[in-house]
Ligand binder design. Structure first.
Ligand code: NAP
Length: 550
């Protein structure tokens, strides 16, 4: 294990106050804040340019399920006024343009090194510095080490036998080529029907000669109802951003609160309930899950909305047998629900076949296509919409070691015992911060809202301790224990933790299970983080070069 400065042979230019990993929403803003605070900071990004997942997720149909006008930074009024979104749900290319606009406006690229992965980060206890290595063999050091690796950046390609023998082309939605993939005249197979598959399938179906969808678990999807923004709406939005910001901060999911109600689904008659669900369904977006306050806590309430969506699937799909296969049977929203544009209608097309690979699992990929335990399918192109090793996947690719050479991967080996303090700090890993990762509300919210709040909190925390001459800040084990316990208690009162998906790590073979999302919501999370800051960062132990203060 490398743990001393001598072994790293760092040169002066590579010694930073702070190193940030990633140049997506998290990394860009963290870099900006650190630089504004006068720190010598640098971001390292594996891709060739800014954007994070929006740089790599170029699959056909890729859009965000958060509404454009709130899927952005809100820290700069000037930025809010200068940027104009064109439609309700932003498409990948537009989000990428936005992040490029931000990088240009704040001149961020000069402090980002692209095409570079951080491969190891070890805490040197003698010098209280993080010693890092890149994949090109460069040694770096920094006082603060901040991860903005992204929640969904390590793709999951299931270990199917025979993939290397496939004679056609294959792609993963999360690592899509920059040039257009031509599906014309091709027999295409898509494996996976999560948010990515649901967006890609209708677009690919229009082009391909034939599309076969291999579905293991159906997902609850409702219409996005995307539309271009009207200039008057944009004008009003820009005039009211301060109110919008207040609203999203007060909300649970970091989105706009309007029209959500505070009643139980069980208080209304079936007729009234139906009317309420219809209203939300017609509006589009993810608001349906907030039609009633107890849809994610009460099984009977959840069944009313689940059944409502199943009835919509039945109405949208002509063949009743196909419709039946598409109907989820688990709790609505216990697995991330999707938004679609003509997803279910796609199964009414002559050139689309749905194959249930739950009842007849995929056995292997063959030179000519794919074999399930029941049949063989000839394919020219295979698309993996099989998701990500979410949250910990990208962190575990880096050999991160804290005090005493403790490895983060080993510390977190048991998903049920994974701990963080506020989703941002880890005991045994001083001066190390996480953005948009485990035990924060990020996964269940409009991400930029949580990202911005966490970045500002981390920046304030670093500034506070620099002012007070503190050398290292480290989460106390008991604070971590309490936060994790709280996360679990809140989650256990809901249905969120009762599904099998990336929410629990169940999507990755052999991954330790554990529900790692703080489901208390954006507003409660902000309040808790602010309280910790107001109490001089209670829960952290601090050390100056000479002493340790608990
Ligand atoms: P996902 O939700 O994890 O879906 C992966 C799909 O692949 C599932 O249907 C899964 O089936 C299937 N699959 C995985 N391994 C398989 C195997 N061995 N055999 C057969 N099927 C297999 O991944 P995703 O769709 O990429 O979405 C991940 C997350 O990214 C989303 O939940 C969302 O948070 C974010 N995202 C958001 C948007 C948006 O905002 N519009 C778009 C894309 C992604 P099982 O369910 O049975 O495991």
């Amino acid at each position: 294990m490398i743990s001393t400065q001598q072994q790293f042979h760092t040169n002066q230019d590579n010694n930073f106050d702070a190193i940030v990993i990633g140049a997506g929403f998290s990394g860009l803003y963290m870099l900006y804040r650190l630089r504004e605070a006068g720190l010598r900071a640098r971001a390292y990004e594996a891709s060739a340019d800014v954007g994070g997942v929006w740089y790599t997720n170029r699959y056909p149909g890729a859009r965000c399920d958060s509404e454009s006008i709130i899927y952005n930074y809100t820290f700069s009024e000037e930025l809010l006024q200068e940027w104009t979104w064109t439609s309700r749900f932003p498409e990948q290319a537009e989000i990428l343009s936005y992040l490029n606009f931000v990088a240009d406006k704040f001149d961020l690229r000069r402090d980002i090194q692209f095409n570079t992965r951080i491969t190891e980060a070890h805490f040197d206890e003698m010098n209280n510095r993080w010693m890092l290595q890149t994949d090109d063999g460069t040694s770096l050091s920094a006082k603060y080490f901040i991860s903005g690796v992204g929640m969904h950046s390590t793709t999951n390609i299931p270990n199917f036998k025979g993939l290397e023998t496939f004679e056609g082309d294959w792609y993963h939605t999360g690592q899509w080529p920059h040039e257009k993939v031509d599906f014309n005249g091709k027999r295409v197979g898509v494996i996976g029907t999560g948010s990515s598959g649901i967006q890609a399938i209708p677009v690919i179906a229009k082009e391909a000669e034939h599309l076969t969808v291999f579905q293991r678990t159906p997902v609850y999807s409702t219409p996005a109802r995307n539309h271009p923004y009207d200039p008057e709406f944009i004008r009003e939005t820009k005039a009211n951003y301060s109110e919008i910001i207040r609203e999203i901060r007060k909300s649970r999911g970091g989105s706009i609160l309007r029209d959500y109600n505070d009643r139980s689904a069980m208080e209304d008659t079936p007729e009234v309930r139906l009317r309420e669900y219809e209203k939300m369904y017609e509006k589009g977006g993810l608001g349906l899950q907030a039609t009633y306050k107890d849809l994610l806590v009460n099984e009977a309430a959840n069944e009313t909305v689940s059944e409502f969506i199943r009835s919509k699937i039945s109405a949208r799909v002509k063949d009743p047998e196909v419709a039946e296969k598409l109907m989820p049977k688990y709790y609505y929203a216990a697995k991330r629900p999707a938004l679609d544009t003509n997803y279910y209608e796609t199964y009414n097309r002559e050139n689309v076949t749905l194959v249930d690979v739950k009842s007849a699992p995929i056995e292997s990929i063959t030179p000519k296509g794919l074999r399930t335990t029941e049949s063989e399918y000839e394919l020219d192109v295979l698309v993996f919409a099989t998701g990500y090793d979410s949250m910990t996947g990208s962190l575990f690719k880096i050999d991160i070691r804290g005090k005493g050479g403790m490895s983060l991967k080993e510390k977190w080996a048991d998903g049920a015992k994974m701990r963080t303090y506020l989703g941002m700090a880890v005991a045994g890993f001083p001066n190390f911060f996480l953005i948009a990762n485990a035990e924060s509300p990020a996964a269940l919210s409009n991400m930029p809202v949580v990202i911005q709040q966490q970045v500002e909190w981390i920046d304030d925390c670093i500034a506070y301790f620099r002012e007070h001459g503190v050398d290292t800040i480290e989460a106390k084990a008991e604070a971590e224990e309490d936060w994790s316990k709280h996360c679990k208690e809140v989650a256990d009162k809901t249905l969120y933790s009762k599904g099998d998906s990336w929410y629990t790590g169940a999507n990755i073979e052999g991954k330790p299970r554990g529900f790692l999302i703080y489901v208390g919501g954006v507003a409660a999370y902000r309040k808790k983080c602010d309280e910790v800051a107001a109490k001089a960062y209670v829960g952290f132990s601090l050390s100056s070069a000479r002493e340790t203060v608990s």
